[in-house]
Write a protein that binds this ligand. Structure first.
Ligand SMILES: [Zn+2]
Length: 221
């Protein structure tokens, strides 16, 4: 996971919010009426996906549906609808997510919440919460974390399946390949290579960025 700048709210969100939010609040908060059938957040899936070149904001795989159904693009309600119906049409509550991450997360909302891949607050961004284990390929809680913050990182990793086998293998192969290419370059060319490759949002660039940060800290690059 790495931070995604979701950009300004596009036109149209507010209109839907005014028209349809109350139905969700009535249904989930007051048990009035049937479950609403509107889902106009889907109209903004493309706008959200454009912010990350269609990379899932949670697992960092390409969510364009080409590889299979589980990687179809979806809009996830970060704070789930049934607990936070007033956020049904809240732009900052929408996450571009592959279907698999969306289904793994489901209706869960732990006490301390999840790490928000597009948190506005710099202290709440994924870089503060996660690190990459170069030996195992796992995403792990950042070593500086304790208490609730550590639990938040752990729950996010577990509930989203960030270390499930297919994500982990794919991530480790890509990241290792990137590091091999990096070390094939002359020392003086490495920073430019890192900058050129990691500037754009692409598959597993968050993990690669964490690996680079570790190697900088230990003086290896
Ligand atoms: Zn995903």
């Amino acid at each position: 996971m790495r931070w995604v700048d979701r950009g300004p709210e596009p036109g149209g969100v507010d209109g839907y919010a005014q028209q349809f939010t109350q139905g969700w609040v009535d249904y989930f908060r007051h048990d009035i009426g049937g479950r609403p059938t509107d889902s106009f957040w889907r109209e903004f899936r493309e706008a959200l996906g454009n912010r990350s070149s269609d990379i899932c904001w949670y697992c960092e795989r390409l969510a364009d549906g080409v590889v299979g159904d589980m990687l179809l693009p979806t809009v996830d309600h970060f704070r789930p609808l049934y607990r936070f119906p007033e956020l049904a049409y809240e732009w900052t509550n929408w996450i571009f997510s592959c279907r698999e991450c969306n289904q793994s997360k489901d209706n869960k909302w732990p006490e301390q919440g999840y790490v928000d891949p597009s948190a506005a607050d710099e202290q709440e961004r994924p870089e503060r919460y996660f690190d990459y284990d170069m030996l195992t390929g796992e995403i792990i809680p950042h070593r500086d974390l304790s208490g609730d913050a550590r639990r938040k990182a752990e729950t996010t990793i577990t509930d989203l399946g960030l270390n499930q086998r297919w994500v982990l293998w794919h991530r480790q192969i890509r990241t290792t390949r990137f590091l091999v290419k990096l070390f094939q370059r002359r020392v003086n060319d490495r920073e430019a290579f890192i900058d050129r490759v990691l500037r754009q949002p692409k598959i597993f660039h968050g993990a690669m960025g964490m690996a680079v940060a570790q190697m900088r800290a230990s003086g290896e690059i």
